[in-house]
Write a protein that binds this ligand. Structure first.
Ligand SMILES: O=C(O)[C@@H](CO)OP(=O)(O)O
Length: 172
């Protein structure tokens, strides 16, 4: 059986667009992941291709001498194709009703399913796979509710296994 995953939400970023970069604080936090996580048995690194996720993963990948793979199934879940004035209410509803699909958006159920497929393909027999992704998808993978999502930080790191066990790894 695979030892499982470290699921990591990217460090603080300057925006929500796919090309939004990390802030300076975010860059420092990404560097800090080297000392926070470098001693764990990470043998593979897979990231969402969006800039803020890749740039969070890169320092750790370089420090460990691992290649940085990307997987489009780890990109953020888009809640709606339109700007929603009450997006928190919509997001709360989507956590409560996983099949809920807003126009131009992706249901929580569909997002979770492609995220799990990416994890399935990222797993290693002999070590942890560090998987860098985004807040909403991370919450869906972990099985958190709206309040759990709201409590996530940037970055946030969780140990996770495909049988559903999840525990947060505190960062210093
Ligand atoms: O907060 C989140 O859940 C998402 C929203 O798209 O963003 P991020 O990529 O910043 O985690």
């Amino acid at each position: 059986m695979s030892p499982g995953f470290l699921l990591i939400r990217h460090a603080r970023a300057a925006g929500q667009a796919p090309d939004a970069p990390l802030t300076e604080e975010g860059q420092r936090a990404a560097q800090n992941l080297i000392v926070q996580l470098g001693h764990r048995n990470i043998t593979r690194i897979v990231s969402s291709p969006w800039v803020r996720a890749v740039d969070t993963a890169r320092p750790l990948a370089e420090a460990l001498g691992l290649s940085l793979e990307t997987d489009g199934r780890l990109t953020e879940r888009v809640l709606s194709g339109q700007d929603l004035p009450h997006w928190q209410t919509a997001l709360k509803a989507s956590f409560a009703v996983p099949a809920l699909k807003l126009p131009g958006g992706e249901s929580g159920k569909a997002a979770r399913s492609r995220g799990l497929a990416a994890l399935h393909d990222a797993q290693q027999r002999d070590g942890l796979s560090a998987v860098f992704t985004h807040g909403n998808l991370l919450a869906l993978l972990l099985g958190l509710d709206y309040e759990g999502w709201a409590g996530l930080r940037n970055p946030d790191v969780w140990q996770f296994s495909l049988d559903g066990q999840a525990s947060r790894i505190p960062l210093e």
